[in-house]
Design a protein around this ligand. Structure first.
Ligand code: SF4
Ligand code: SF4
Length: 440
């Protein structure tokens, strides 16, 4: 009877968590789909290589060895513990206890593999614990500058801390479950780390050990389900999105900037006075330059925003930020995501149809003109990002809109733009006078 209740409870909890998790992930998907279409399907072998090296292999992380090693412990530990989670999940569905162990306990080789695997997971978990404590210390005791910038105030810092604490909680559950289970079975399983902790339960009776073991089991299961539901609202969504984001990452050289075809056409005409301008199509929709809001960015830009880990490597390398300017490429990504979330909530509150809220990504507490003007387009942020995000693409699009749609540029720039338009050069001389200098 008790087993039936446990199975039913397990299925109900998984279904409820699954429902809310689906809602969260679908919300993110619909938001990303607000972006303009862009075909990034070609070059699959190069993209696969990026996926394997940069997302799975963490290649770009290793530029900075200490956080890279700590991050690797957590990442590898996360992947490896999924093996034990699989057994926990099957046990929950079938009402069994260590179903894999009992399936292989009489086959010596398989039993050894099982014990080795769980022991390996336990050792990896110890490293995860060390890395988690180190990350908490870097944030709260050492106060590493890039983790203490103004854009991280409020929810971002709570989010980061919450996830680190939940790692410790999950580890405590796993170890209390395994250690109590070992004590209940007189060390029969032979797990490495929980065998070491077993003397801690020396004074516990059988009932007490059962309670600790079941609390660890349920605690771990509930923690995993809660994380699954929480992930779409957290920067830790990068655990999942880093893979598609690196696969669809830009393959062009970093200095490449997409030209605007209409402007290229004008410049070609300007450079060749004998060229005949093409006829004007009176029915064509007016061209919109750059991006004013998230709808004008591409789906890849929006995927970038949701994938950002808020690590701040881009901001630490940004020359504008280093010299005290307001610009922080990390904030550009966070603001884009925040605006996208606002758009998504608006859409869902209006039966799936976006209702104009007279706001945009520029100003309205999002990205200021001052930030956009501070960018030198140096690409340092793109180079530094460990998961192939480009804050610069968004900055360039927003700045194009400011300058070309709103004529919003400093007076010095406007003088140069006028000269470019009239004289084909940034100087205030007509083209005919260009060579006057040689006349002395
Ligand atoms: S491209 Fe702009 S935002 Fe990126 S690092 Fe350079 S100045 Fe900073
Ligand atoms: S854009 Fe990249 S480097 Fe910058 S905070 Fe996000 S993940 Fe880190």
């Amino acid at each position: 009877m008790f087993t039936i209740i446990q199975i039913v409870l397990f299925i109900v909890l998984c279904s409820v968590a699954g429902y809310f998790a689906f809602k969260g992930y679908y919300f993110v998907y619909k938001n990303i789909m607000h972006g303009k279409s862009e075909d990034l399907s070609g070059n699959s072998s190069e993209r696969l290589k990026n996926l394997l090296l940069i997302a799975f292999g963490q290649k770009k992380m290793f530029k900075n060895i200490t956080p890279a090693v700590l991050h690797f412990f957590i990442y590898a530990g996360f992947v490896i513990t999924q093996i034990e989670l699989l057994e926990i999940f099957i046990d929950g569905l079938t009402g069994s206890h260590r179903i894999i162990f009992h399936a292989v306990e009489n086959i010596s080789a398989l039993r050894s593999i099982y014990v080795f695997t769980i022991s390996f997971i336990e050792v990896a978990s110890v490293f995860v614990f060390i890395a988690t404590v180190a990350f908490l210390s870097r944030r709260w005791i050492l106060r590493v500058p890039r983790l203490n910038k103004p854009e991280l105030k409020g929810f971002p810092v709570i989010d980061a801390t919450l996830i680190l604490l939940s790692e410790i909680y999950l580890l405590a559950c796993i170890f209390s479950m395994n250690t109590a289970d070992m004590a209940l079975h007189n060390g029969e399983y032979g797990f490495l780390v929980s065998g070491f902790f077993m003397p801690l339960f020396a004074g516990c009776g059988e009932t007490c050990l059962h309670i600790v073991e079941r609390s660890g089991w349920w605690g771990h299961m509930l923690g995993v389900l809660a994380l699954l539901v929480y992930l779409p609202y957290s920067k830790h969504l990068h655990i999942l999105l880093a893979f598609p984001n690196t696969y669809f990452g830009r393959l062009q050289p970093k200095g490449y900037i997409n030209n605007m075809p209409e402007i290229t056409k004008e410049i070609k005409l300007m450079m060749d006075p004998s060229a005949v301008p093409p006829p004007v199509d009176a029915n064509a929709a007016p061209v919109k330059f750059g991006a004013k809001d998230v709808f004008d960015l591409t789906w890849k830009n929006l995927l970038d925003a949701y994938t950002c880990t808020e690590c701040g490597r881009c901001t630490a390398a940004c020359p504008a930020n280093q010299t005290g300017k307001l610009l922080s490429p990390r904030k550009i990504m966070m603001n884009t995501r925040d605006r996208l979330e606002e758009v998504g909530r608006n859409r869902d509150a209006n039966d799936g149809v976006w209702k104009d809220d007279a706001k945009s990504l520029i100003e309205n507490n999002y990205i200021s003109v001052e930030e956009l003007r501070a960018c030198t387009t140096c690409n340092a942020c793109v180079e530094e990002c460990p998961i192939m995000i480009s804050p610069l693409e968004i900055i360039v699009q927003l700045r194009r809109n400011l300058v070309m749609e709103e004529s919003n540029a400093p007076a010095e720039w406007n003088g140069m733009f006028t000269a470019m338009e009239n004289n084909g050069a940034p100087w205030q001389f007509s083209q005919q006078d260009r060579l006057n200098w040689k006349n002395g």
